[in-house]
Design a protein around this ligand. Structure first.
Ligand SMILES: *[C@@H]1O[C@H](CO)[C@@H](O)[C@H](O)[C@H]1NC(C)=O
Ligand SMILES: *[C@@H]1O[C@H](CO)[C@@H](O)[C@H](O)[C@H]1NC(C)=O
Ligand SMILES: *[C@@H]1O[C@H](CO)[C@@H](O)[C@H](O)[C@H]1NC(C)=O
Ligand SMILES: *[C@@H]1O[C@H](CO)[C@@H](O)[C@H](O)[C@H]1NC(C)=O
Ligand SMILES: *[C@@H]1O[C@H](CO)[C@@H](O)[C@H](O)[C@H]1NC(C)=O
Ligand SMILES: *[C@@H]1O[C@H](CO)[C@@H](O)[C@H](O)[C@H]1NC(C)=O
Length: 935
């Protein structure tokens, strides 16, 4: 076989003889194989002139040591053709990186085994096919071998076990078959690779069992990635001997048997993916895996198991994927108090009884999915405004108004915002893109696909800034002229792999030249990042815009034809001509593809301010006494709220978003814009804001008595009697009526709940939190079609069904608050929905409608609750299922005023008249928002 391949080169050698004439005096030993490569690959970088690749006119992509070619790095150079067996002539070669040249095809020549000095061989993303040659085993120095994403078939050659210096072995995304070879008395095997840190074999057709012999305590493997193969049998317990393991990725095979208990030995494990196999036996005990971030065991056939205790003890867990795993019993509330938790997927199990979400302490929780279980009760003490809770197909759904499998509430969106920048927006000419530094350029763009990541909340921008920083740092460590890196459009594919779009912007030029982009591709082909948080990301593959195997291949016939018919000059011209043509086509292709992705980097973050004052960060730091803990009056997912004093003496509440929650950018903008154009006594007023240095800060008037929820629950220390409750609800109604009927254009608040109604020093209600509000301006109709947002329990069912938002949705939520006001119950408590509870309890023939059982005793039930019946009637009208049966807010205001007159209370401006007689229990924790003080 070696012989027949060698004869192939007689022809190009003959053709190239005229070149040798000029090369005689030069380094002919290296020149011959380089010329062969040039001819074979149909390409000639413009710098490849002269007769000595190691001469002073240094050839791009070629590195020499002592007049010998030691490195060929030609990633993403649109090379075509095959790897000639004459490559063996470059006997001093240490580095060969031909990655991302889709036009390179054919089998790997057996002669590659003669390159015994080779340390690094990277052929990712080419189109090589055939068997991996056995001779590879002779590459004893090889430390890095990546054949990822080609079309190799046949078995993994056992001889690879002879490459005892191998650290990185990536054979993924091919069509390899057969079993994983291990050594025996007659043959080497992969178990001998004691220096290997990476076994990446995913997405092949490997079959047979994973040999227990493959793993031993001498191994130093970090990543075992075997997913998407046809592996059968049990997971070998010897896996537990490889103490360094950080990632065990075995999903989407046909593995069976029970999970070996020795996995619990792998205390460094961060990623465990065993999903979509046929594993049996009990759910394993993973108590010791304290570093675990992401665990997926979904879709196995485990025996029915009670929810294991380790669910709630693994402190670093971000993602728990346990769909269809036979789990039963109740979920311990402690699970939801894990501080890094992002996703809990428990679909399709037999979880039953009470779902107590306890105290949620993670700022980044985005999803709790319990679809298809047997949950009957729910305790959700935080009101659930920050994450999606799915309870479809549980008995509890029949207990609430959200029947018909609609038991899902998605509260806030998680849009990805580019990092805030301080530069002025620029308009770029077509094809160019504005960089994070607001300069127009043609970026180098790719889609990266990560095999695993340590997180699951794509709304958390921290992960993407970390990747931007790592990529930038990695590129700059290679001395590449890179200005900045932008990461966008994250999404999951069907196998839960993360896809991301990256743009790399050049520095000091408007696009990378061929050398620059090739160097970037080389760097990316390593799959290794340096920098701040590389641990978020596992290895990745890379999709080139010209990742199209059919491009480039057809030209070879043309060139050979020209060579046969003419002189070397014709060949040279043809080569150059083709090269130029090819370059142009590739370039057009690249730029046209990047065009549709319009970006609005810098303009996205500057709100349209009318009236609100722009503070500098320094000013706010001063007013809040350096954001001191003493001034910290509350915190939540968005960040912290500080009390501050302006030089005028005015007290303000300073809401400072933490970096992690910057994704609330659109909400930030919406809130600034809305609040700066509405002014009403019953709406919290915006004093100003600050948007600089990666900070998003809102400055409000200071509202000292916390929120209505805090008062109703007794947490704030304010006692609310019937009169005070009426006053609070009237203020709220007036604020809402103003938004609906007097603001121009009208505004729908969309998140009316007791947590968003703040109480002033004299208990004047102030509606707050306009992050979800919608202005009616942009629609000609009387509704807006929009993705459903809001808080479970307060959400208008008709809006929920039709996604059509009108003012009446706020009326519904307001009705729920009215019921909350008289019962002091959460809208959904112990699985019971407040509207149903009151409805069922009403007996209109009795006094107080016979509601004594459900009314809040703190109202003073012994006293005369004048007008309570009318109040209840009004509330029930507000929570009518059909929007057109509900009153308008203006009507609600009038009715409450009537009730107050009946009750003998002045409905005018009470801020001065009646407040002095109130004796509020004085409180110190002054809450401008819904959160309790941290003290
Ligand atoms: C592996 O290496 C050993 C010792 O160097 C040698 O004897 C053997 O033939 C090699 N096997 C293969 C398959 O390359
Ligand atoms: C040893 O392993 C090689 C390849 O992995 C296999 O072909 C051979 O049959 C094995 N020999 C014995 C004795 O098991
Ligand atoms: C691997 O499994 C897939 C899906 O079960 C099947 O379609 C394919 O034929 C199998 N391949 C081999 C080589 O067994
Ligand atoms: C690993 O786990 C097994 C069983 O759980 C245990 O017997 C063994 O001692 C452990 N080995 C190490 C190295 O910790
Ligand atoms: C799980 O393992 C830990 C330590 O390895 C042990 O203390 C604990 O009792 C085990 N739990 C169960 C339920 O077996
Ligand atoms: C479990 O299997 C179902 C059905 O094949 C699939 O839709 C779902 O994505 C799988 N879940 C996970 C977490 O892999």
């Amino acid at each position: 076989m070696d012989r027949t391949r060698a004869t192939d080169h007689v022809f190009p050698l003959l053709v190239l003889i005229p070149f040798f004439v000029v090369a005689v005096e030069a380094n002919i030993q290296e020149y011959v194989p380089m010329k062969i490569l040039m001819h074979e690959w149909n390409i000639r970088p413009t710098s490849w002139v002269g007769s000595d690749p190691c001469g002073d006119g240094s050839w791009e992509g070629i590195t020499c040591t002592n007049s010998h070619v030691t490195s060929i790095a030609l990633a993403d150079m649109a090379l075509t053709g095959s790897l000639p067996s004459d490559i063996e002539l470059l006997s001093e070669l240490e580095v060969l990186n031909l990655s991302f040249n889709r036009g390179l095809k054919g089998p790997l020549p057996a002669s590659i085994g003669k390159l015994t000095k080779l340390v690094y061989l990277n052929l990712v993303g080419c189109s090589f096919f055939g068997r991996i040659p056995d001779t590879m085993g002779s590459l004893k120095q090889l430390s890095y071998l990546s054949l990822k994403n080609n079309s190799f078939s046949g078995q993994i050659p056992p001889s690879i076990g002879n490459m005892t210096n191998l650290s990185f072995l990536d054979l993924s995304d091919n069509q390899l078959q057969g079993s994983i070879p291990v050594s025996n008395r007659t043959a080497p095997g992969l178990d001998m690779l004691h220096k290997a840190r990476h076994f990446h074999f995913q997405n092949n057709q490997l079959s047979g069992t994973i040999p227990p012999r493959l793993f031993s305590s001498q191994m130093v493997l970090l990543h075992v990635i075997f997913d998407r193969n046809n592996l059968t049998g049990a997971i070998p317990s010897t896996l537990g001997l490889v103490q360094a393991l950080q990632a065990v990725i075995l999903d989407r095979n046909s593995l069976n048997g029970s999970v070996p208990s020795s996995l619990n030995n792998l205390t460094k494990l961060v990623h465990l993916h065993l999903s979509n196999n046929q594993l049996t036996g009990p759910m394993p005990n993973l108590t010791s895996l304290n570093g675990l971030n992401y665990v997926d065991m979904s879709n196995n056939t485990f025996a029915a198991t009670d929810v294991p205790t380790w669910f709630s003890t693994l402190q670093n867990l971000t993602t728990l994927m346990m769909e269809n795993t036979g789990l039963q019993g109740e979920v311990p509330p402690a699970l939801f108090s894990l501080s890094s938790l992002e996703t809990v997927l428990l679909r399709n199990n037999k979880i039953n009884g009470l779902l107590n979400l306890g105290t949620i302490s993670s700022n980044h929780l985005q999803l709790i999915d319990l679809e298809k279980n047997f949950i009957t009760d729910l305790i959700q003490s935080d009101g659930g405004s920050n994450y999606t809770l799915i309870l479809v197909d549980n008995p509890i759904c029949e207990a609430t108004y959200m029947t018909n499998n609609n038991c899902t509430v998605s509260p806030t969106s998680s849009p990805i915002l580019p990092p805030p920048s301080n530069c002025a927006p620029v308009a770029c000419s077509p094809g160019q893109v504005s960089s994070p530094h607001c300069k127009c350029a043609y970026p180098y763009t790719r889609t990266l696909n990560f095999i695993f990541v340590s997180f699951s909340n794509l709304g958390n921008f921290r992960y993407f800034t970390a990747l931007q920083d790592s990529l930038l740092e990695t590129l700059q460590s290679y001395n590449l002229p890179v200005d900045s890196v932008a990461v966008s459009n994250p999404s999951w594919d069907s196998s839960y792999h993360l896809k991301l779009y990256i743009e790399i912007f050049p520095a000091g030029q408007d696009r990378f030249n061929k050398t620059g982009s090739s160097a970037i591709a080389s760097m990316i082909s390593n799959q290794t990042l340096v920098g701040a948080h590389p641990s978020y990301y596992g290895p990745f593959s890379f999709f080139s815009p010209f990742d199209n195997p059919k491009s480039g291949g057809s030209s070879k016939g043309l060139i050979i034809g020209a060579a046969v018919g003419g002189s070397a000059l014709v060949l040279l011209l043809a080569l150059l001509g083709f090269y130029a043509l090819h370059q142009k086509r590739q370039a057009n292709d690249q730029w046209s593809r990047s065009m549709p992705l319009t970006r609005t980097y810098c303009s996205a973050s500057s709100p349209d301010l009318k009236g609100a004052r722009l503070f500098s960060f320094e000013e706010l730091r001063k007013y809040s006494n350096g954001f001191s803990d003493a001034n910290d009056v509350g915190s939540g997912g968005y960040g912290k709220v500080y009390r501050g004093v302006l030089p005028t003496g005015q007290m303000v509440a300073i809401k400072r978003s933490n970096r992690e929650s910057m994704q609330e950018g659109p909400e930030f903008k919406a809130e600034v814009e809305l609040l700066s154009r509405v002014h009403h006594k019953n709406l919290v007023s915006l004093v100003g804001f600050c948007l600089e240095q990666g900070e998003q800060i809102l400055v409000y008037e200071y509202v000292p008595n916390g929120d209505l929820f805090g008062s109703l629950s007794g947490r704030s220390g304010i006692r609310l009697d019937w009169m005070r409750r009426l006053k609070v609800i009237l203020g709220t109604a007036r604020g809402l009526a103003y938004l609906h009927e007097h603001a121009n254009p009208p505004i729908i608040h969309r998140d009316i709940k007791s947590n968003n109604i703040l109480l002033d020093k004299d208990l004047t209600a102030k509606v707050a939190d306009f992050g979800l509000s919608k202005s009616m301006s942009d629609s000609g109709t009387n509704h807006i079609s929009t993705q459903v947002r809001g808080t479970m329990g307060y959400l208008d069912p008709e809006y929920y069904m039709t996604q059509q938002l009108t003012e009446k949705s706020d009326v519904y939520s307001f009705g729920v608050v009215m019921l909350e006001l008289i019962t002091a119950r959460r809208p959904i408590e112990q699985g019971k929905y407040i509207v149903r509870v009151v409805q069922m309890a009403i007996d209109k023939t009795k006094s107080l409608y016979n509601l004594h059982q459900v009314l809040d005793p703190a109202m003073g039930l012994g006293t005369d609750l004048k007008g309570l019946e009318i109040f209840v009637d009004l509330a029930m009208l507000c929570v009518e299922e059909q929007q057109d049966k509900r009153p308008r807010m203006g009507e609600v205001v009038k009715e409450i005023e009537n009730i107050m007159q009946l009750a003998g209370l002045n409905t005018g401006d009470q801020s001065a008249s009646s407040s002095p007689s109130y004796d509020y229990t004085s409180i110190d924790g002054l809450l401008p928002s819904s959160r309790q003080p941290s003290s």
